[in-house]
Design a protein around this ligand. Structure first.
Ligand SMILES: [Fe+2]
Length: 458
């Protein structure tokens, strides 16, 4: 059996609405808005191999207002999913089964992130265009290409500049151009697209921005269409290449990118980045190697040791270009987030999911704790949910406009294995280990997914 089709990784295939959910504790009156989260949820049994990254996107929306909580979930009705519904079976290959001839046959699942910008709610997956969703009904409105201006894919991790309102993003491709950088203005108009030269084609999941710079992260996970069957996928881990960090002034372009080298690693997610004098500081969840993108790794999983992420700080010297890589913690984490008002600015606090040491067999990418970092004091605080009770990405929501950096709530989804059910937690960000402010009892379990964001009620 495939790890990613078992337990709370298994899909939930019903769509529905549930109003006035049971709440343990009290939903703060100032907390009004909707938490959107997407994740993989295969509508049909996979034809052959299956990886967690493959499944059809399903959006889960938890709306809070007036102390009450409501839930809605809908599939991202991609063109590919509609074809499969017509056929009554899976038609698209797993990323594990891709070869050169099948590259165009990628389903735009929208399963990775969901962001709101310029009034548009966009479900994202990094190999394709965004998919626009209705903010209330979660109806799929279709692919969105910025009025024909976006040519190529869009990362699932665009960065919203908290001061300018711009959306900064990129797209990568296994065929040239391997990397493009884009900027949409605060009204959602694509105002800039530029090809960025990179040394090799790679899966570039995320990047970092500061007030003045963009940081591209090129890891030695190389697209290769030779010997795909033997290798168990299109990715080749080639650590001898090292990892390269490309720092580009936001006012500059491809010719101004300065590449620095650091030790071989893989980074799905930076927590945040900022300028510190001449240096650029990037905090990342860093894997020593990446070995879970192959058929063999799915059949014989092991998400421990170097094949698991820990927080590191990269300090890129602006004069010499050297990179100092400092471990910040020895606990396995993922899904790092900061206060969105500080994207690109110096942050003190950050939040991640964490693995409780010794609790799990590391056969699944599962995390059972929420960890808060105080990077100024060098301390951490952990909320443990217990063995088998996996948690999703934590998200900080400020108490009000102008509130201090950790004055607000940390919200996330958690699975309760004993009840085979899921809850939506609201924690006090200043007391994440304390009694939850509220626990919203959801009408059914929500499969483990990827990223979510909060949209305050307008
Ligand atoms: Fe991600």
């Amino acid at each position: 059996m495939n790890t990613f089709l078992e337990g709370n990784f298994a899909p939930w295939r019903m769509e529905g609405v549930a109003d006035d959910l049971q709440v343990v504790g009290e939903i703060p009156r100032d907390l009004n808005g909707t938490y959107y989260r997407t994740g993989p949820n295969p509508a049909f049994e996979p034809a052959r191999n299956y990886h967690w990254f493959d499944g059809d996107g399903m959006i889960h929306a938890i709306t809070l207002g007036g102390g009450r909580a409501h839930y809605r979930n809908r599939y991202v009705r991609s063109r590919g999913l509609e074809e499969e519904r017509a056929a009554g079976r899976a038609l698209y290959p797993s990323l594990l089964d891709l070869d050169a001839t099948e590259v165009p046959a990628i389903k735009n699942t929208g399963n990775t992130n969901i962001v709101k910008h310029a009034g548009r709610l966009l479900a994202l997956m990094e190999a394709a265009l965004p998919t626009r969703m209705d903010c209330v009904t979660l109806d799929t409105l279709g692919e969105f290409d910025f009025d024909g201006k976006l040519v190529g894919a869009m990362t699932a991790h665009p960065k919203l500049d908290p001061e300018t309102g711009e959306l900064l993003f990129f797209g990568y491709s296994p065929v040239p151009p391997y990397l493009q950088y884009h900027v949409a203005d605060r009204d959602g108009r694509l105002v800039r697209s530029e090809v960025i030269d990179v040394a090799w084609p790679s899966m570039i999941h995320d990047f970092a921005v500061t007030r003045e710079h963009v940081v591209f992260i090129l890891c030695p996970l190389v697209f290769s269409f030779e010997n795909v069957r033997e290798r168990g996928g299109v990715f080749s881990w080639e650590p001898e290449r090292g990892t390269r960090l490309g720092v580009m002034p936001r006012t500059g372009g491809n010719a101004d990118v300065r590449w620095s080298e650091t030790d071989a690693c893989y980074v799905f997610h930076p927590m945040n980045a900022y300028e510190d004098g001449d240096a650029v500081v990037v905090d990342v969840a860093r894997y020593g190697r990446l070995d879970f993108m192959t058929v063999q790794a799915v059949e014989n999983p092991n998400y421990r040791d170097q094949n698991a992420a820990r927080m590191h700080r990269w300090r890129i010297d602006g004069r010499t270009g050297t990179v100092r890589s400092t471990p910040l913690d020895d606990v396995v984490v993922e899904f790092p987030r900061v206060d969105e008002r500080l994207v690109g600015r110096r942050h003190r606090f950050g939040y991640t999911v964490a693995r409780e040491p010794g609790v799990e067999d590391a056969k699944r990418p599962e995390w059972t704790a929420i960890r808060k970092y105080d990077l100024e004091r060098g301390t951490t605080e952990t909320r443990r949910l217990g063995p088998g009770n996996g948690v999703g990405e934590p998200l900080f929501v400020p108490r009000r406009e102008g509130a201090a950096e950790d004055d607000g709530w940390v919200v996330f989804l958690a699975y309760d294995a004993a009840r085979n059910a899921s809850d939506f937690y609201v924690l006090d960000a200043r007391d994440i280990a304390g009694e939850p402010v509220a626990r919203v009892v959801l009408p059914h379990r929500v499969p483990y997914g990827f990223h979510g964001n909060w949209a305050a009620a307008s």
